[in-house]
Structure formats: structure tokens, C-alpha cells
Write a protein that binds this ligand. Structure first.
Ligand code: BDR
Ligand code: CA
Length: 309
């Protein structure tokens, strides 16, 4: 089984990504690191516990990481994810469960011990700090999948930028400058992953308990998408990064040199040199196509049929 660390900022779609990871037999989640993003880090930590509790997997260690972006002030996304970060579901808090070590220390120790995939579904602050403090641990990452950025799709934070890279562009820039190969699951592919009320109605007949839980945490997200974009459903970005890490044939794209803008009206933009203007070695695989039907078939067969429920 492939070992995986998830770096996240739960977050509704982060919650769904964790549920997908924990119901996938091909991977073993050996730790979850929390970064400031959608939610302050304490709230992300609490929300992760709530998800793990529902999945009956509180045995997985969670480590708190960066409490703010490298240079810019934090801008959380509670308008999108709700006041509690989980769609105003206000699930019961899970007490205790404090880890003694910081996320960077966990990453630093663990990555050098064994080959490990890192799925980063929040801002890249923790990863940039790891590069600063222990570059050889970062270099030991087996595969790095990042939900973030956009190549040709419209941004969700500005016309050209996606939230995770916009929120901490200096961190994303450091990671892109240092990494050999980042699998960029950007908005080009994630905007196609739309969870609809009809899907929930179908899933309810398969597994009411899991579907009720998903309904509870996504209702707020549905309203946001309706008011913002008139979409009858919600875009669930982060689970696609997990699905791709498990099965890379789910998405296709191309390799290119990529850099991240940090300031001004292009803050957070992922600049993808698709035509090799800069003659620099490719540091990213940019995913542009996704088999949406297969994603949802897999999501249903794993999350909705999760055997512990
Ligand atoms: C990303 O931003 C967050 O709001 C989501 O959790 C996802 O990781 C999408 O732009
Ligand atoms: Ca996220």
C-alpha cells in the first residue's frame, strides 16, 4: 500500500478529500498536516478530527502547521466554507488528540524514512517551510500532487488565480522553484467536478448515513455556488487530487516550466510556459483533462460504500 500524507485546510472539499483517501484501499494515510488557509489552523485541526471521527479513523495522527502565510496576512474562506469551515454543520467537537510535534517536524522525520506521496490541498506554506528548514526531506517526497493554480480556466480568487496559490503566493513560488515535478491539479480539471443534489439523492438509497453527512457539510457550499455562479451543485476541488494520486490515468495533461506570480493584479497566478518560451526544464505536470464520470463512479464506490458504515 502506498503511503500518503495529506496537507490540508479543512474546508468542505478537504473534508471530502479526506473521506475519499480513507476509503481507498490503495493508499495508507500515515499523517495529516494542517495549514492555515480556508480556516485558521486550529479550526482546520478541529474539522479534521470531526471528519476522522465520522470515518472512525481517529488513529491517524494530525499535526498543526503554519498559522499564517509566509508574508501576506491570512485571508480565510469562511464565506465559502461557512463560519465553522464545514458548511455550518456545527458538528460536535472532538476533544483531545493533541500531537506533540509540529507539522514540519513530522514531515521532516517521516519523508526521509520511507517513500511517500504528498497530496497538498491547501496553501503551500507548510511545504515552503519544509524546503527552508529541511530541503532534503522535501526532495525525498516520492510524488507531489497539488490542488492549486489554473492554466486556462478562469480563476476563483481573481481573474487569473486560484485560492491556494493566491493565499500564499510566496510559498507556492518557493515550492515550484525547488520541486522537480509537481502534479498540478488546477481549476482546469477541478471545475469539472461538480457534486449535484441528484447525486446525493441517488447515494442516499445506497448509504443514508454517509450521504446525510455529506449533505450536512455541503448545503452551505451549494448555496454559495448558486449565488456566486448559478451552478446547481458545488465544485469539489480537493477530492480530485486524491483520486489522481491513486490513479493518475484519471487526468491527462502536459509537462511545462511553471512559476507563480506573487503580487499585484496577477497575485497567485500560475504562469505555465506551455510553448517553452523560457527554455527552462519542466517542473510541473499540468493536468487539463479529466474523466469526470469515472471520478464520480470511483467516489461513489469508495466513499458511499465505505465499509465501516
Ligand atoms: C481550493 O481552495 C479551497 O477553498 C478549497 O478547499 C480548495 O483547496 C480551490 O481553489
Ligand atoms: Ca483545500
Amino acid at each position: 500500500m502506498r503511503k500518503v500524507i495529506i496537507d490540508c485546510d479543512p474546508g468542505i472539499d478537504d473534508g471530502l478529500a479526506l473521506m475519499l483517501a480513507l476509503s481507498s484501499p490503495e493508499i495508507e494515510v500515515i499523517g495529516i498536516t494542517i495549514v492555515c488557509g480556508n480556516t485558521p489552523v486550529e479550526m482546520g485541526f478541529d474539522n479534521t478530527k470531526k471528519i476522522l471521527k465520522f470515518m472512525d479513523r481517529l488513529d491517524i495522527p494530525i499535526y498543526k502547521g503554519a498559522t499564517k502565510p509566509l508574508k501576506k496576512p491570512p485571508v480565510h474562506a469562511l464565506d465559502i466554507h461557512g463560519a465553522d469551515g464545514l458548511g455550518e454543520s456545527f458538528l460536535e467537537a472532538v476533544p483531545g488528540y493533541e500531537q506533540k510535534i509540529h507539522a514540519i517536524e513530522f514531515l521532516s522525520k517521516t519523508l526521509k524514512q520511507e517513500p511517500c506521496t504528498v497530496i497538498a490541498i491547501g496553501p503551500m506554506t507548510n511545504l515552503a517551510q519544509l524546503i527552508d528548514q529541511d530541503p532534503s526531506a522535501f526532495d525525498a517526497i516520492d510524488t507531489l500532487v497539488s490542488m492549486g493554480g489554473t492554466y486556462q480556466a478562469h480563476g476563483n480568487c481573481s481573474p487569473v488565480s486560484e485560492y491556494n496559490y493566491w493565499e500564499d503566493p510566496e510559498a507556492a513560488k518557493i515550492v515550484y522553484a525547488h520541486a522537480q515535478k509537481i502534479h498540478m491539479i488546477g481549476l482546469d480539471v477541478t471545475r469539472q467536478i461538480v457534486l449535484t443534489p441528484e447525486m446525493l439523492d441517488t447515494w442516499e438509497k445506497i448509504n443514508k448515513k454517509v450521504t446525510d453527512f455529506i449533505r450536512q457539510i455541503t448545503q452551505f457550499y451549494f448555496s454559495f455556488h448558486w449565488h456566486q455562479e448559478h451552478i446547481k451543485g458545488c465544485i469539489i476541488n480537493d477530492p480530485l487530487a486524491v483520486a489522481y494520486a491513486i490513479d493518475p490515468t484519471l487526468c491527462s495533461g502536459f509537462e511545462a516550466y511553471t512559476d507563480i506570480e506573487t503580487d499585484g493584479i496577477t497575485r497567485g497566478e500560475s504562469v505555465v510556459d506551455a510553448y517553452d518560451f523560457y527554455h527552462k526544464p519542466a517542473n510541473a505536470k499540468i493536468l487539463t483533462q479529466v474523466d469526470v464520470a469515472r471520478f464520480f463512479t470511483e467516489f461513489e464506490s469508495r466513499v458511499i460504500n465505505y465499509e465501516k458504515h
